[in-house]
Design a protein around this ligand. Sequence first.
Ligand code: CU
Length: 864
Amino acid sequence: MKIYAVKSSYSYILILILTALFSYFPKDTAAQPDTVVYNLTVDQEQVKIAGKKSMGMTINGMIPGPTLRFKIGDYAVIHVTNKMDVETSIHWHGILLPNFFDGVPYLTTPPVEPVTTFTYEFELKHTGTYWYHSHTGLQEQMGVYGSIVIEDREQKLEYDSDLVIVLSDWTYERPTNVLKTLKRGLEIYDIQKGTSTPLSMVIARGALGAQLNFWKQRMEGADIADVYYPAFLSNGQLVREYPEYKPGQKVRLRVINAAASSQFWLTFGGDTPLLIAADGPDVVPVKRDKTFIAVAETYDFIVTIPQNGKLEMKATAQDGSGHTSTLLGQGPVIPAPDVPRPDKIAMMQQMAAMDMKMGAPATKFNPSEEEPYEMMKEWGMDMDGEMQMEEGTHMDHRKSMEHNSKPEEQKKPTHQHDMEMKQDTAGAKKMDHSKMNHQMGEQKREMQMPKDTTAAKGMDHAKMGHTMHDKEMQKDTAAAVEMDHSKMDHSKHGKAADTTHMNQPEARKGIGMQHEGMPGMDMFSEYNYNYLKAPVPTDFAEGKPVREILLNLTGNMVRYIWSMNGVPLKEADKIKILKGEVVRITLNNLTMMHHPMHLHGHFFRVINEHGEYSPLKHTVNVAPMQKVVLEFDANDYGDWFFHCHILYHLDAGMARIFSYDTVRDPRLKGYPLRILTNKSNHFFFWGAVDAASHMGETRMVLSNLRNQFTLSAEYGWNKNLEAEFTYGRFLYDYLNIFVGVNAENVEEDSMDKVETTAIAGIRYLTPYMFNLDLRVDNKLRPEIRVGREVLILPRTFLFGEYEYQADFGWVNDFEPEEGTVKVDNYRSETTWNVGLEYLVSKTFSLMGSYDNRFGAGGGLTVRF
Ligand SMILES: [Cu+2]
């Protein structure tokens, strides 16, 4: 085993060459571009993570790889050597660079073939904290990631030193097995994490109604994270210590979430840190106690090392399944606050109470016809109100938030419900709440007033029929709609922080777009980006053509397929854009999971309450059933990847290509794009064998997006057999048409005569999640099968299946009943079984069942 050291040591990899080329420039001009050369070697080797050895992929022998430091204007030359026997790639995440060096294999850049070196080179045009990672398969999960720091020529903010903290997640399983486990729908990860919600728990919490609502929509429950991780890491360790920092020192923490699929809450011990940058660019500094960092995002904070101990920065996994810490300084730990574990059953109840329509298909019936607006209308939250607001017309206030304040409250915005008045409420003070009925239902509501309340100044709420769809005033929807504009201060304050933004065209675009405030969506309100404000306006020149694109984020947990508009990458066309236009993307999340969406090669504005000062980012988290609007300046060329940065969602199809429709780089000859797009369509194979006292059984599945082969065989020791092989095609997520062959013994308890028939039919996942199988065989005997399994206890499934086959004698000639001459032309066969399965581990289960053919018994299940 090689020595595994996380401590970055650049000396041997960094060769700084001051080129003489530009030496004739006068000294007082802009800094001269320097060429900075790095050598990175990707290798597969045994590593020791959190005290346990496993295979990993390292960069220069490390996980994470080294920090690449540059100054703005530098010219980077990075030689990436692949010492593995599989290809790799490096994508420079968040960096604006020439398309060819973006590092998405087969799309923009050739892969780094085994035992070769590929050289990436680009100029560093902007400052900030960024990172790099493999864009090949699931290599990122195995350790192929590292950090990038691009500094200004002069330090503008006040701090003494800086420290990069790379957060990541680690599994000792092979990532391909992780994905297979997700594809087969085994709920083992939730069980391992202790986040499963078995029926017993649901009933005990009085949430059966909510569970039925979820099942009706073919959802098991509210999912937060898919994968079980035994370790979360800060710069490669569970707890990373930096004792060298002295009390009073100001340290700029450059926090990067390089996890494959874990999002974190960041909390800090000691004084509240100052958030100064997000995804690279500076933001208006803001004090933040608790900040959510989605996969692939970066945030920079300035912290002060405390006098009396060591400061803890803690990253807690979003689902509460674990955490990792960095400690700065010496002495007793000044702990970061714990983040409570989210209550999945309560979330389910809230969502069910809102009567949300879930389960938009991840694979559409006709993928060549994308109908995003129809899809948005049909699924998810009721968006009519917002759509109308976008057009600047009136607001359809249907979900009633009746404002009912007491008279004495007229001058003070204190409401009966739990209202969080953020900062200045001066504007709100002028709000006439007299006619507002503030009853917001039984559930505790959190009402957030805008930080920038200028817009709210002089708002005449008396006119508002206040059936507010959105409870949060911060959206300024109330302000925008039927607001008494005559009283508004429409003057523009230039760069002043409190610019009235309702009169800005940019702000209008954002109206109603941020969905953090849907009724009952308190649980997601903390995920909005309103705390980020750009230091300078980020809006685009007026008059630029705008291309509107709606992307519904879609997914199917049952088959673990992720897509946009119901079309996974494999089946999607490129999204054509034109240089010179503004591309405005509405991301509408129709799933129960968060999706950190990342655009390559561009910064986009995340439209928030700051209007023209909306922040620039490269990755934006879209919370469940929420909408976010992005805008970017189409000022480049080539094809750029846009995808969910949860590695397993990306691999399962949640990706698209934005294309300027320019000529493909000739250096990509021999690297066809389909190798990338087919990734979301590879076949997965899994199976299981039951060895029990009454029977033996095996089931095997080979499946990709649309095709599925299944082989199953059951044999009762009492000499009863049923075996079947089928090929099925998924028309969409829940409907599969299949053909195959079936073999059964004819006489009960005898293998003397085995009958083989051809079969054809459909399989359908019904509402309430029953597996329905309707089929007919070549003797025209129809058959219905219904099966279901339910997690009833933390590790125990209850399963059952019922089969009924009818025979009308259409093909068979029935013999007369014994002792008579009468021929009864109808016969039937009923088969059923019921049992329990106890999950011991990912591989083994104990099972016991009763089958009306084989009798009762118990045994062991082995999965592969
Ligand atoms: Cu995702």
